[in-house]
Ligand binder design. Structure first.
Ligand SMILES: *Cc1c(COP(=O)(O)O)cnc(C)c1O
Length: 410
């Protein structure tokens, strides 16, 4: 008899975006003519930039000829891409990363979900609350999160990020082995200063913890003082693994490419106290379970680092950030309290009069035919907030703001 992994049974059944889709579909059956605008799901809408398209076409042609055909590539990714990453994403910030520390992947979600395999199942973990659900759910599946009681997992330390602390998570007062941080943050759209990030690096060094740093939105940072990489903090190489993705940077959600950095100085201990570098184990893990990102996707990613590619991806990011500004200004004018949206494509909007997230979601849907994401879906501290994304079309953003204004009778 094949027995099911019982940890899967512990997963909370409600998957946030499925619940939203169900409610939106119900609404559409009652009002078939409604033109619903979605400011909900975190997917991009603008097409790939010309430099990327050109590189992909060329890569397809390479595959058409025996001389330039590419089969399996190196598991870590092609060296030309890893060198472009080192040269463009790290060196200009004074960060020295070796190409052997870069692992090209098919997006950050799989790696953020799989990285926990490097550490024993009974390590303790901490997450900010609210949070991107992958970090917790992937640890539920391997048994590390413990049991679900009173809305929380027993072996997870939650670090609330709310108005009271300015969305700055407090360092735990006890030791945890694994810490997941995501900055700029999804869902709050808030960022972390170098000073605050330094506290985490120091904590991890002091407590012998590993930080998993998700930098999927670093390209949206506008403020020059905000770190793009945890490795801008001295000694972070000893304690942090960092995840990057071209999904939000360059609209690669349907292309699939990103990378993970596992520095060689990063070590963890065996039960007998022997220290071993994690880089070699991630290589071993990837070589066993992953067969590389497609050649075409990697050529597409390489094109982002050309002068044209940089300029074109920047233009799309600016377009989204202009959407964010339009929404931020309009909502603030209407009396909403709005966080985020200045260094990230997300706005974290406080519901008026402490309306619960899901209730406000329905009010906005039925009142203005706009879809948002209920904040509570990202964790208990998200209650009383909704997330809006700036990944839509400009016209839709403007129209959405006009509808909200009308709905409120202002
Ligand atoms: C979108 C997103 C990613 C990227 O996922 P991909 O698998 O690269 O598409 C990673 N982390 C967070 C927090 C995200 O919101």
């Amino acid at each position: 008899m094949a027995l099911i992994n019982e940890h899967l049974l512990k997963l909370q059944k409600n998957y946030l975006f499925a619940d939203i889709a169900k409610k939106v579909n119900a609404f559409k059956t009652t009002r078939p003519k409604a033109k619903v605008i979605s400011l909900g799901i975190g997917d991009v809408t603008q097409p790939l930039c010309p430099a990327v398209i050109e590189a992909m076409h060329k890569a397809v042609d390479d595959m058409a000829h025996k001389e330039t055909f590419h089969g399996y590539g190196p598991e870590q990714g092609y060296l030309w891409l890893r060198e472009a990453i080192v040269k463009n994403d790290f060196l200009p910030r004074g960060v020295h990363i070796d190409p052997d520390e870069i692992f090209v992947n098919d997006g950050a979600k799989p790696d953020t979900g799989n990285i926990g395999e490097l550490l024993r199942w009974d390590n303790s973990m901490a997450v900010t609350d609210p949070i991107y659900p992958v970090y917790v759910d992937s640890n539920v599946m391997n048994g590390r999160a413990g049991v679900f009681e009173n809305g929380k997992w027993s072996n997870v330390t939650y670090m609330p990020c709310n108005e009271g602390n300015g969305f700055v998570p407090q360092i735990p007062d006890h030791r945890v082995d694994m810490i997941y941080l995501c900055y700029p943050n999804n869902p709050t759209g808030m960022v972390i200063s170098k000073e605050e990030l330094r506290k985490w690096v120091n904590y991890a060094i002091h407590n012998d913890s590993v930080i998993f740093y998700d930098a999927a939105y670093e390209a949206y940072i506008q403020d020059e003082d905000i770190p793009h990489s945890i490795y801008e903090i001295r000694r972070a190489r000893k304690v942090a693994i960092e995840f990057h993705s071209y999904s939000k940077t360059a609209g690669f959600t349907g292309v699939r490419c990103g990378y993970t950095v596992v520095p060689k100085e990063l070590t963890a201990s065996t039960i007998d106290g022997e220290r071993l570098p994690l880089n070699q184990f991630w290589l071993r893990r990837q070589s066993t379970k992953f067969n590389g990102t497609s050649y075409i996707s990697q050529r597409a990613a390489e094109a982002i680092y050309t002068p044209e590619g940089k300029e074109q991806t920047r233009a799309t990011i600016n377009y989204y950030m202009q959407n964010a500004k339009i929404m931020h200004d309009a909502l603030t004018d209407l009396g909403f309290t709005v966080y985020g949206g200045t260094d990230a494509p997300y706005l974290w909007v406080k519901t008026p009069g402490n309306t619960p997230s899901w209730k406000f979601f329905e009010e906005l849907l039925y009142g203005a035919e706009i879809v948002c994401t209920p904040g509570v879906g990202f964790g208990p501290s998200g209650e009383g907030f909704v997330r809006l994304t700036s990944f839509g079309d400009r016209d839709d953003c403007i129209e959405a703001m006009a509808r909200i204004k009308k709905w409120l009778g202002k």
